[in-house]
Design a protein around this ligand. Structure first.
Ligand code: TXA
Ligand code: MG
Length: 331
C-alpha cells in the first residue's frame, strides 16, 4: 500500500528517504521517484521499482548551483550561465562528475545530469535533507510520465512504492530539457523538454551553436533513455508527421478511433472519429505541453482501437511535444 502524504507532511517522506526508501515527489515538470543520489542502495531501489534498465542514467536534483558544485569536477562559464538563467527550473545540465557520484547513477558515464527543480514541495525536502536526490519520472519504464500523485500510485503502487507526496497537478507537464555543454561554443540537446531551444539560444547568444541530437531515433543505447519506444500508451498510437496523408484516412473506418490534436486542425477533426481532443484550442504550446501526458493517459483508458496523433509545428515546446508523441507511436 502506498501512503499519500499531503504537501505539509513531508517529514515522513524525509524519514523514508533517509532510510534509503524511494518516495514519489512532485516537480514542476512531472512526478519523480526520488532517492538519495549518492547512496547505491537507494538508487538500486529506484531502478527496481521502475523496472528501469541499468544502462539508463538518472537525473540528480539539487537545491542550487552550490549543491551541484559538490558533485562535479569542473564548471565552465557556459554551464554557470545556464544555471544562473534557468535554475530553479526545467533545464537539466550534464557535468563531468566527481568521485562522489556512484556509477549506478550515471550508468558508468563520466557525465552526471543535474537540475534544480522549481516545485516548492521538492525544494522544501531538498532543503531539510541537505542532500541531492536522484529522481527519474515516476512511471514504469517505457510508460507515460505521471503528472498527478494518483497516477504515480497507478504506475508504481504495486511495485513497492511506499509513499507519494501530493503536490497537485504538475504545472509544466512535460519533462526537463537535457543539455550537454561540449565547450564554449557548442551545446547538444539530448532531450527536448520544458525549456524551449529558442529560450536557450536567447540566453547563450549567437556565438554558441545548439544542436539537437535526440530527434534521430534509434533503438541503440548510444543516447541512453532516448529509446525509440517510450511514453507508450497500451492503445496503439499512430503519429502522423505528413498531414497530406489525410486522403488515406478518409477511406478508413474511424468509428473506433480517437484523434489527438495539439492545436486545432479542422480538416482532420471533420472526419468520422469516435472522439477527438485538442490539447490547446488557442494554440498555446505551454498549455498543450501541460495537458499532453494526462490526455494520453485518459485516451488510453477509453478503449479505442487506435489513437491517431498529428504532428504540430516544431516551434517552441512543439519540438518536445512532437518528440514525446513520436516515441509514444514508435513500435
Ligand atoms: O523533468 C524531469 O527531468 C523529470 C523530473 C522528475 O525531474 N525527470 C526525468 O527523468 O524525466 P527520467 O529519468 O525519466 O529521464 C532522464 C533523461 C533520460 O533520457 C536519461 O537517459 C537522461 O535524462 N540522462 C540522465 N543522466 C544522463 C547522463 N549522465 N548522460 C546522458 N543522459 C542522461
Ligand atoms: Mg522518464
Amino acid at each position: 500500500m502506498t501512503v499519500f502524504l499531503r504537501a505539509d507532511q513531508i517529514d515522513w517522506a524525509l524519514e523514508k528517504l533517509r532510510e534509503g526508501h524511494p518516495v514519489g515527489l512532485p516537480t514542476e515538470t512531472v512526478y519523480g521517484l526520488a532517492g538519495l543520489a549518492l547512496d547505491e542502495k537507494s538508487l538500486a531501489k529506484i531502478f527496481k521499482i521502475k523496472n528501469r534498465p541499468h544502462f539508463d542514467p538518472l537525473i540528480v536534483h539539487v537545491l542550487d548551483a552550490t549543491q551541484a558544485r559538490d558533485l562535479v569536477s569542473e564548471v565552465s562559464a557556459l554551464q554557470e550561465k545556464l544555471m544562473r538563467n534557468f535554475w530553479p527550473g526545467p533545464l537539466t545540465i550534464l557535468f563531468k562528475r566527481n568521485s562522489s557520484v556512484p556509477d549506478l547513477c550515471t550508468a558508468g558515464s563520466d557525465w552526471v545530469a543535474i537540475r534544480s527543480p522549481a516545485h516548492p514541495v521538492f525544494r522544501a525536502l531538498l532543503k531539510k535533507l541537505g542532500k541531492a536526490l536522484a529522481a527519474p519520472s515516476a512511471n514504469r519504464f517505457g510508460r507515460i510520465s505521471p503528472t498527478t500523485a494518483e497516477q504515480v500510485v497507478e504506475e508504481l503502487g504495486t511495485f513497492g512504492l511506499e509513499a507519494v507526496v501530493d503536490g497537485g497537478v504538475c504545472e509544466r507537464g512535460i519533462e526537463s530539457t537535457v543539455v550537454k555543454v561540449l565547450n564554449d561554443r557548442e551545446i547538444e540537446v539530448l532531450r527536448p523538454g520544458a525549456v524551449s531551444i529558442e529560450k536557450i539560444a536567447e540566453c547563450v547568444g549567437k556565438t554558441v551553436e545548439i544542436r539537437m541530437v535526440s530527434t534521430a531515433i534509434s533503438s541503440s543505447v548510444e543516447a541512453p533513455g532516448q529509446l525509440a519506444s517510450h511514453y507508450a500508451p497500451r492503445t496503439p498510437l499512430d503519429f502522423i508527421e505528413d498531414l497530406s496523408s489525410i486522403d488515406q484516412w478518409k477511406k478508413q473506418d474511424l468509428s473506433a478511433m480517437a484523434l489527438l490534436l495539439v492545436t486545432p486542425v479542422s480538416e482532420w477533426s471533420k472526419l468520422g472519429w469516435k472522439f477527438s481532443e485538442i490539447l490547446s484550442a488557442n494554440s498555446s504550446d505551454t498549455e498543450a505541453a501541460s495537458r499532453l501526458f494526462g490526455s494520453l493517459r485518459r485516451l488510453d483508458g477509453m478503449g479505442f482501437k487506435k489513437i491517431v496523433a498529428l504532428k504540430t509545428s516544431d516551434i517552441g515546446l512543439g519540438i518536445a511535444i512532437n518528440d514525446r508523441l513520436r516515441r509514444a507511436g514508435s513500435k
